[in-house]
Design a protein around this ligand. Sequence first.
Ligand code: SF4
Length: 304
Amino acid sequence: MEKSDITERIKSLQEKKGFLILAHNYQNSEVQSVADFVGDSLELCKEAQKSPYSNIVLCGVSFMAETAAILNPDKNVYLPEKNAHCTMAQMLTPDAVLALKKNHPSAQVMCYVNSSAEVKSVSDIICTSSNAILLARKIESEEIIFVPDRNLGTYVSKSFPEIKVWLAPAFCYVHHEIYPEDVIKTKEKFPASLILSHPECQDPVLQISDFVGSTSAILKYVSASAEKEFIVCTEEGMLERMRIVHPHKNIISPLMPRLCYGMKKTSLQSVLSVLENPSDKISVPYPIAEKAFIPIKRMMDLSV
Ligand code: SF4
């Protein structure tokens, strides 16, 4: 089937069956083009909650669909590709978190949303890259165990030198492997450009950046800026979106495009397949869903 036919069929089935299609910023541009809403993790959670539709197709990775299912137990959440996983979320087990808690009993566990439901269920508060700083301030703890992303945790700890932050060893390979040398070489080619980075990048990259923020914050920054050239240190899907939104601005990859293979598993065909045959809705076992809901809800309440 031609891509245009697949797109038409998706739209028609979506309307007929009453589905909301959500896509993360890292999805490829074809998948983003059929979504009702494209955004970062926190924005997708909020859209899923306020949607009147009871069926949601979430084009992203499994932890996102799990989070949407935990927040919306009365809705059916479908992930088009069952094996679309976040490598960083898979790096950390709940036992590793419990071991950190045992060693640092006074610390609150702040868990990045890019984590399994099991890890969330043993955490005190969930955060995203857009609200981690705000929430670290609001929970008023002298010690924080930040999991799973050690780079985002380092970013939080540098913002609060008075708080002791304990880190887990996990990281996102997509961002971690953007090296400062790559960024500097790119900047030499485009000396007028600004460097915008996601806080999942390593600290030396953040140190040479003009702006650090979540994917949506980076997009807002570019939209508001009068500048024309930006080196954007994050996953390429975000850069594709920015090039569509701002065709007259030069959105530059740091030496080469960085791809998340979990995110890129979803295709137009997989979105169509789940609409044609919506089986295997995402379900998180009851005791885990119940426990994970508490720190997610705490995030939602404190991040308004
Ligand atoms: S870009 Fe990194 S953190 Fe995001 S889903 Fe992919 S592996 Fe996980």
